[in-house]
Write a protein that binds this ligand. Structure first.
Ligand code: NFC
Length: 569
């Protein structure tokens, strides 16, 4: 599309992986066309072929170090599904704790370190009055670090940073851009919380190190979890004992405190100043989907057991939540007509059990520049390393906002009440949810939900151990040579949205392996019908204040928490 002014953002930063975005602006600097491109391919699906299915989790986990462990989780679920392996109760609860811990950590880091600076003007914080900042902080939260002296200290550190000309993590922001709306005091408060969150986030992941040995890339196991439990400190070296459980318990308390007293109030404070900026809804008011997560009953991955429900909504009709069936070949399909892969017939999609990953890099005739230095991409041809997944032919948005919309539509109080409360505090209608701000707010609410659910799952684990059950793994059916030709699917909700792995096992080895990933859904290029994905849809009709400072583009893209490493895998 050559109409208007083409703006290219490459690389998009403060994300995971390699992304390029191009937009066309009309004469009023409003976005009229958007192109989302994944610029790197990983090849994990190809690497997995011929390997032992019990090792798949360890390879898949390396798809990403940000949503660490979540690929391993759905991988072991896929292999267990294929082999008909059931996991013990404790393994299910520990897996839930690992995944909830990931939600809390990932959402917190995303908000403060990858997204906040799209709303917060760091340099403006230098103009803030520390006393007024303290009053503002104390008016929204009981968090202890809120004295005038504390904020003066942060401001002095920041000033030294700016004066040295070495802004460190605050380099290259569009400081002073008119799209920033927070007063200096709110900016200073947010900078303080950016630094506090940077320090605190390392505590949360210690939960992964207790149950999974390390972070990133903790250990998992087909058939359960690899950690032994021994409260008496006898027997297995490195087993989970009372001291470690107490550490986990104390980190859970601190996480709840930080999220409820810092993260959620900050979301509300930022929402207050930006509630007129309701762009970026894209597909969220139309098509959203969740596979569901957190089975409360071991080995039951249906809505009877899932604390976060599965479902799909089409055309914004919240009165109907459709069932999602990942085994049905007509429901989930991936297309490659605009992706750098080859299919025998690219007018059709493939269900992941029959999926093909064969790279084919070529540029359309209307692209500008060279293969190694593309100046403008041709979106009428192949233009991304991301495939285009579709549910019953529809492009879908996935992620925290999709999950909250589905929970809301299902009238589940734990999702509906916090949303209604936030909207009423901000004086906004439900439609305001379908926006960039709504996506950011849903993630904050979800971080709070996840931290409290961690407490419940932890108490459940301890109660079960104290009742005499210390089993964490089921090693029956361990030998894949005895499985025959089988296929399985593992699914769940990664922090960024719906994640599925499909595996086919033959002669004890992986015959095919396909992952369809949250960012693959959201960042997908066009499909053969020309339907755009969630990122492209969300950018349309957004005005950009300064064309060569695409702050609004980053703000909306970041609200999805892009992970391009995952999307291209
Ligand atoms: Ni990487 Fe992901 C995997 C994605 O499923 N997208 O939240 C998850 O990365 O962050």
């Amino acid at each position: 599309d050559d109409s208007g002014k083409r703006v290219v953002v490459d690389p998009v930063t403060r994300i995971e992986g390699h992304m390029r975005c191009e937009v066309n602006l009309d004469e009023n600097n409003v976005i009229r066309n958007a192109v989302s491109t994944g610029t790197m391919w990983r090849g994990l699906e190809v690497i997995l072929k011929g390997r032992d299915p019990r090792d798949a989790w360890a390879f898949c986990e390396r798809i990403c170090g940000v949503c660490t462990g979540t690929h391993a989780l759905v991988s072991v679920r896929a292999v267990e599904d294929a082999a008909g392996i059931k996991i013990p109760e404790n393994a299910n609860t520990i897996r839930n704790l690992m995944q909830l811990c990931l939600y809390a950590h990932d959402h917190l880091v995303h908000f403060y370190h990858l997204h906040a600076l799209d709303w917060v003007d760091v340099v403006s914080a230098l103009q803030a009055d520390p006393k007024k900042t303290s009053e503002l902080a104390q008016s929204i939260s009981s968090w202890a670090l809120s004295s005038p002296g504390y904020f003066l200290d942060i401001q002095t550190r920041l000033k030294a940073f700016v004066e040295s000309g070495q802004l460190g993590p605050f380099m290259n922001g569009y400081w002073g851009n008119p799209a920033y709306k927070l007063p200096p005091e709110a900016n200073l408060m947010a900078v303080a919380h950016y630094l506090e969150a940077l320090d605190f986030q390392k505590e949360i992941v210690k939960i992964h190190t207790v149950f999974g040995g390390k972070n990133p890339h903790p250990n998992w196991l087909v058939g359960g979890m690899p950690c032994a439990i021994n409260l008496d400190n006898t027997g297995a070296v490195g087993a989970i004992n009372m001291e470690r459980l107490n550490l986990v318990s104390s980190i859970i308390d601190q996480t709840i405190d930080f999220i409820d007293k810092v993260y959620v109030p900050d979301i509300k404070a930022i929402g207050m100043f930006y509630k007129d900026w309701l762009y970026g809804g894209g597909l969220s008011g139309k098509n959203v989907m969740s596979y569901g997560e957190f089975p409360d009953i071991a080995n039951d991955y249906t809505n009877k057991s899932l604390l976060m429900p599965a479902g799909a909504i089409l055309n914004g009709d919240l009165s109907t939540v459709y069932d999602v069936d990942l085994r049905d070949p007509s429901q989930i399909q991936e297309f490659v007509s605009h992706s750098w892969y080859a299919y025998a017939d690219e007018s059709k999609g493939l269900h992941p059990w029959d999926g093909v990953t064969e790279p084919k890099f070529e540029l359309g005739s209307k692209s500008k520049g060279t293969k190694t230095n593309i100046e403008q991409i041709d979106e009428s041809a192949k233009y991304s390393w991301i495939k285009s997944p579709r549910w019953k032919g529809h492009a879908m948005e996935v992620g925290p906002l999709a999950r909250y919309i589905i929970g809301y539509a299902k009238n589940m109080p734990e999702f509906k009440e916090p949303v209604d409360k936030l909207l009423s505090d901000l004086g906004l209608p439900i439609t305001a949810l379908f926006s960039t701000l709504g996506r950011t707010a849903a993630r904050g609410l979800e971080a709070s939900w996840a931290s409290h659910e961690m407490r419940r799952q932890f108490d459940k684990l301890v109660a079960n151990i104290k009742a005499g059950d210390s089993n964490t793994a089921n090693m029956e059916k361990w030998d894949p040579n005895l499985w025959g030709k089988v296929k399985g699917v593992g699914y769940g909700e990664a922090p960024r949205g719906a994640l599925g792995h499909w595996v086919v096992v033959e002669n004890g080895k992986i015959a095919n392996y396909q992952a369809v990933v949250p960012t693959t859904w959201n960042a997908s290029p066009r499909d053969p019908q020309g339907q755009i994905g969630a990122y492209e849809a969300s950018l349309l009709d957004t005005p950009v204040a300064v064309a060569d400072q695409p702050l609004e583009i980053l703000r909306t893209l970041h609200s999805f928490d892009p992970c391009l490493a995952c999307s291209t895998h």
